[in-house]
Ligand binder design. Sequence first.
Ligand SMILES: Nc1ncnc2c1ncn2[C@@H]1O[C@H](COP(=O)(O)OP(=O)(O)O)[C@@H](O)[C@H]1O
Ligand SMILES: [Mg+2]
Length: 354
Amino acid sequence: MDRDQTSRAALAALQAVEHDDSDLVSSGRVRNLVVDDDGTVRFSFTLHPDDPGTLVRAARKAVESLDGVTTVKVNVQLPQSAPSPGARGSGGGLKPGSIPAPTPKPGLLPQVAHVVAVSSGKGGVGKSMVATNLAVGLAEQGLRVGLLDADVYGPNIPLMFGESRRPPVSGEKGKERIAPLERYGVKLMSLGFLLEKEQPAIMRGPLIAGILKQFLEQVHWGELDVLVVDMPPGTGDAQLSLVQTIDLDGAVMVTLPQEVSLGDVRRGIKMFERVNTPILGIVENMRSEVFGHGGGEALAQEMKVPFLGGIPLDRAVREAGDAGRPTVTSAPDSPAGEALTGVAKAVREALAGG
Ligand SMILES: Nc1ncnc2c1ncn2[C@@H]1O[C@H](COP(=O)(O)OP(=O)(O)O)[C@@H](O)[C@H]1O
Ligand SMILES: [Mg+2]
């Protein structure tokens, strides 16, 4: 297919997307559709406040499935008349169904509207799995999303995205710019790209914070609605330095149903509270007959923080992670996929209300 044909096919596919009022193209929702030589289709999409969060995803999927289309880039916009969304930290920001325009703000990440940490007491509880699916889930709702793997002890975000390339670096020495790689609509960056294999074990908090700061200044994120940060597990000085380096808007805590894990998370919540980072809520992961469930909900009540959802222990979740195909896209209708999408929605709403 040539570019004209692809472009006509894309418009027809968008017209066929199920939506209550007139179709997406005639109503002017979709505009400026162009097809690049390499099969990338770009268009802008005006998202109204009461649209279902899945509308952008449906539009994207419709075009993605066409022959000759390699990538779909959607530039999500608010209607002209919509009130301008609040600046980061102002308490405005994300409303369900709306996309905030990041307001320039001094600091390390001036083009990022919201920074959300995903944290846990110990490794192995599914922190990276939750961070991955949260990032992809938010991107599927039409937000511009970045994911920073800051887990210096076990960076595994690239693996969960099936990404083995190193990000391209440009610019002269001393002034390098690093461009994030993009997968599933999420801009990815890992501190692991910078670290030698033996390095994390000898790294102390202030050193990690220094490296992270330098790193964040070099990464070219562009404008983001949300940056998700996969934190190192635990509550030691490395974690505390990171929290103090990145100006966080909130933290998501991941726990297992078991009491030991809950105790770790309790300490984690206290750490974030000490530095005035709001807890967006608790996710209970790997619910099962054996491990039980409900501990996360009880802890949320006890600590007076929201409960964001319970994810079943499901082999398919691990296999999806190993294969680089996050569950929210590879199995959205499975119980785990639905629970993870629910977590992304709850986080988005928590950011809107916070
Ligand atoms: N709900 C789940 N069901 C099955 N396997 C899971 C689930 N959550 C995580 N896993 C798997 O458990 C392992 C540890 O998860 P990971 O996200 O890497 O943990 P962490 O980042 O906390 O160390 C991974 O292999 C992951 O795919
Ligand atoms: Mg991890």
